[in-house]
Design a protein around this ligand. Structure first.
Ligand SMILES: Cc1cc2nc3c(=O)[nH]c(=O)nc-3n(C[C@H](O)[C@H](O)[C@H](O)COP(=O)(O)O)c2cc1C
Length: 180
């Protein structure tokens, strides 16, 4: 069975991650979800837990006994990591080597596995040269990106920054996992 780590961050597009998790679970992929504190304000861990039939991680210091160190074991056992939606913030943190929550720490502990980042943000945030530099830097290290699309955004702006279609993201992940 293939396993992925699905990171969900604080974007209005977070509700779409439920559909991604649902489709992958139905395709027999075991999904380990990690939500940032902001991500969990947009969609509940219970939704992801129910759809994936698996525990959802939000707190790195949760006092539950595991025989392993979770942030390392999740990074090691997943066949790939996906962050969908990925905020400007998580992209900036990864590009800067910051590991101050469960998601950024797990992604930093990934070695020799694909990390797929699906940005979603306001057009000005996406086109901000800092964000663009961060994306280029991460690409240079081998991180993969599923480009956001141009759309009428939740904030009312028309431009690039909307999360790529769920179908596009799911088929990209399946291609990486070599299923179907
Ligand atoms: C209603 C609302 C929608 C937001 N949507 C986005 C978004 O789509 N993309 C983004 O980068 N930030 C968005 N933000 C801001 C992030 O939630 C904020 O930068 C947060 O610190 C991100 O934390 P995280 O990356 O740890 O999840 C939004 C904030 C609010 C209140």
């Amino acid at each position: 069975m293939k396993e992925i780590m699905l990171g969900i961050t604080g974007s209005i597009a977070a509700y779409k991650a439920a559909d991604i998790a649902n489709q992958l679970t139905k395709s027999k992929v075991l999904v380990h979800t990690i939500m940032t504190v902001s991500g969990a304000k947009f969609i509940t861990p219970l939704t992801l837990q129910t759809l994936t039939k698996n525990k959802v991680y939000t707190d790195m210091f949760e006092e539950i006994f595991y025989p392993d160190v979770r942030h390392i074991s999740l990074a090691q056992k997943a066949d790939c990591c996906v962050i969908a939606p990925a905020t400007a913030n998580i992209i900036g943190k990864l590009a800067s080597g910051i590991a101050d929550d469960m998601l950024s720490t797990v992604v930093m502990a990934v070695r020799n596995k694909p990390v797929i980042i699906c940005p979603a943000m306001n057009t000005a945030m996406y086109e901000n040269p800092i964000t663009q530099n961060n994306i280029e830097k991460l690409k240079s290290y081998g991180y993969l990106f599923v480009e956001p699309k141009e759309a009428l955004l939740a904030c009312g702006d028309l431009g690039k920054g909307a999360l790529a279609d769920v179908e596009t993201i799911v088929s990209y992940i399946k291609k990486i996992l070599q299923i179907e």
